[in-house]
Write a protein that binds this ligand. Structure first.
Ligand code: ADP
Ligand code: G6P
Length: 471
C-alpha cells in the first residue's frame, strides 16, 4: 500500500503509451506524442510526483507503474469513451475551435455527455489519490471540467490548471454550446495558466461575457475564492536537449544523415505532429513554388518532413494525411531525380537522439503553424544548434514567436512572403544567422521548463519543498 501523493499532475495522457501484446499479454510502453509530455516529463522527474492519465489503450488497462521515480496511475477509457470524449469532443469540437477554427468544429451532444463522464472519472481517481492539502496540477483542454469537479470533492487541495493550446477570442469561443460549463469547470482552479498573455486576456473576456463573475485585472472572485489567470510560457529542458545534441552519437548521426541525403547545400527540415494546425501544406506549397520558379533546385536543396502520426481516426486528420501525401508525391514526381527525392517524407515517431541528429543536420528549420499554443519543436531546434549555426523560420501564429526573436518570422497564410523568407533564411550571411541563433539560445538557457514549472507553482502559492514528495 503506497502513501497518498503530495504532488499530482493530471493529464489526458501518461508520458508513455501502453500496448498489450495479444499473445503474451505483456505490456510494452512507448513514449507518447506531443509537447505536453515533452514539457512535463522532466518536471515530474524532479518533483517525484504522481501522474494520472490515460495509457493510450482500450485493451486491459495496466496497473500503476513506477517510472524513473514518477508514479504513473492509468485511468481506464472504453472504446466508446475514446471515440466520444477524446476523438470527438476534445479533438473534433475543442481542438479546432481553440485554434482559430482553422478547420470547422463538429458539435455533437452525445460527445459532451461522455466528456463530462470522463472528466468526472479523472476527478474521482485524483480525489482518491491526493494527500490532505496536496497540490494538483491539471493539464489541457481535454480536462477542463476537472478543476471544479475535484474542488467539490476535495476543497482542501491546491488546484492549478494549465492550458497548453491557445484560448480563442471570445467571438469564436461563443460558438461552443457548453461555453458556460467549460468556464465554470476551469474556474474550479486557484490558478489558471496560459501560454501567452493574449490567451489569458481572451479567457478573462470570455468569463466576463459568459458568466456572472467579473474579472478585476487577472483576478476573478468565484464564490468568495480568488482565482488568478495569467500567462506562463512553457519551455523545454534546454540543458538536456543540448547535451543530447552534443553527444558523439548524435554528431556522427547528423553527418550520416547529410551524407545519406546526398550532401545537399541546404537541408530544410519540418518536424510536426501530422495536424492541420501545423501549416504543413502551406510550407510544401511554398517549397514547390520555389522549385518551380528555379529559386531552389534538387539536389542542392532537399527537404525532410517528419510528420508524426496523430489522431488517425479523426476524419479531418485522415483528410490532411491524404492531402499532404498527395502533395509530397506531386513535388517528388515533378522535381525528384532517381535516388534523389525533393522531399523526404517520414510518417514515423523517432527517439530523442534521431530527432536531435535531424535538428543538427538541418540548415533551415521550418515551423509554420497556422496557430500553435507554443511549439516546442522550434525551441528544441535552437537548443540543438550547439555551434550557433542554422536558421529558424517561425510562424508569427506560434506562441514561440513571442519569445524567439532571432527567428525569421513568417505569415503562413502569405505564400509569397513565406517564399521570400525561405530565401532570406537560406542566403543570409553566416554572421547574421549566428547572432540570431545566439540570442535565442541564451534566452532558452534561462527560460527553460524548470523555470516555467517553478514560476507556475510559486504563483499557485506552493513552496518549493512542498512538491518534493516523500513516499
Ligand atoms: P504539439 O504539442 O502540438 O505536438 P510541439 O511542437 O509543442 O507540438 O511538441 C511536439 C513534441 O513532439 C516535441 O517535443 C517533439 O520533439 C516531439 N516530436 C515531434 N515529432 C516527433 C516524432 N516524429 N517522433 C518523436 N517525437 C516527435
Ligand atoms: C498537444 C496537446 C496535448 C496532446 C498532444 C498530443 O500538445 O496540447 O494535450 O497530448 O498534442 O496529442 P494526443 O492527442 O496524441 O495526446
Amino acid at each position: 500500500m503506497h502513501s497518498k501523493a503530495a504532488f499530482i499532475v493530471v493529464a489526458n495522457r501518461l508520458p508513455i503509451d501502453a500496448s498489450v501484446d495479444e499473445e503474451s499479454g505483456e505490456v510494452q510502453w512507448v513514449r507518447s506524442p506531443g509537447g505536453l509530455v515533452t514539457a512535463l516529463e522532466p518536471v515530474l522527474r524532479d518533483h517525484h510526483g504522481t501522474w494520472i492519465g490515460w495509457a493510450g489503450t482500450t485493451e486491459a488497462t495496466p496497473g500503476p507503474v513506477d517510472s524513473e521515480g514518477v508514479r504513473l496511475l492509468p485511468v481506464e477509457l472504453s472504446k466508446d469513451e475514446v471515440r466520444a470524449y477524446y476523438e470527438g469532443y476534445s479533438n473534433a469540437s475543442l481542438w479546432p475551435l481553440y485554434h482559430d477554427a482553422v478547420e470547422p468544429s463538429v458539435f455533437r451532444r452525445s460527445w459532451w455527455k461522455t466528456y463530462c463522464e470522463v472528466n468526472e472519472r479523472f476527478a474521482e481517481v485524483c480525489a482518491a489519490e491526493a494527500a490532505e492539502g496536496a497540490v494538483v496540477w491539471i493539464q489541457d483542454y481535454q480536462l477542463q471540467l476537472v478543476p471544479a469537479m475535484l474542488r467539490e470533492r476535495r476543497p482542501d487541495l491546491r488546484i492549478g490548471f494549465f492550458l497548453h493550446i491557445p484560448f480563442p477570442p471570445v467571438e469564436l469561443f461563443m460558438q461552443l454550446p457548453q461555453r458556460r460549463q467549460i468556464l465554470e469547470g476551469v474556474l474550479g482552479a486557484d490558478l489558471i495558466g496560459f501560454q501567452r498573455p493574449l490567451a489569458a486576456e481572451n479567457f478573462l473576456k470570455a468569463v466576463e461575457t459568459v458568466t456572472e463573475y467579473e474579472p478585476k485585472g487577472h483576478l476573478i472572485t468565484v464564490d468568495g475564492r480568488h482565482v488568478s489567470a495569467d500567462a506562463f510560457p512553457i519551455s523545454i529542458d534546454t540543458e538536456g536537449n543540448t547535451s543530447i545534441a552534443s553527444s558523439a552519437r548524435v554528431t556522427q548521426r547528423a553527418k550520416e544523415i547529410r551524407a545519406e541525403l546526398g550532401d545537399p547545400e541546404t537541408l530544410i527540415l519540418g518536424v510536426d505532429r501530422l495536424d492541420y494546425t501545423k501549416g504543413i501544406e502551406q510550407r510544401l506549397k511554398a517549397y514547390r513554388e520555389l522549385l518551380e520558379d528555379g529559386s531552389m533546385s534538387v539536389p542542392e536543396t532537399v527537404m525532410v518532413q517528419v510528420a508524426t502520426p496523430s489522431r488517425e481516426r479523426v476524419e479531418q486528420y485522415r483528410v490532411l494525411r491524404h492531402r499532404v501525401e498527395r502533395e509530397v508525391g506531386r513535388i517528388n514526381g515533378d522535381f525528384g531525380k532517381v535516388g534523389l527525392p525533393a522531399v523526404h517524407y517520414l510518417h514515423q515517431s523517432y527517439d530523442r537522439y534521431e530527432l536531435a541528429a535531424l535538428y543538427r543536420a538541418a540548415d533551415v528549420m521550418a515551423v509554420t503553424p497556422l496557430r500553435d499554443g507554443m511549439n516546442l519543436v522550434a525551441k528544441e531546434y535552437c537548443a540543438a544548434r550547439i555551434d550557433d549555426s542554422g536558421a529558424l523560420l517561425l510562424s508569427e501564429f506560434a506562441g514561440a514567436a513571442g519569445e524567439l526573436s532571432g527567428a525569421y518570422r513568417v505569415n503562413p497564410y502569405d505564400i509569397t512572403q513565406m517564399k521570400r523568407r525561405f530565401m532570406t533564411a537560406v542566403t543570409a550571411p553566416e554572421e547574421e544567422k549566428r547572432e540570431r541563433m545566439e540570442k535565442m539560445r541564451s534566452f532558452l538557457k534561462e527560460y527553460n521548463v524548470d523555470r516555467w514549472a517553478r514560476g507556475f507553482l510559486t504563483a499557485l502559492g506552493v513552496p518549493e519543498s512542498a512538491t518534493d514528495e516523500t513516499r
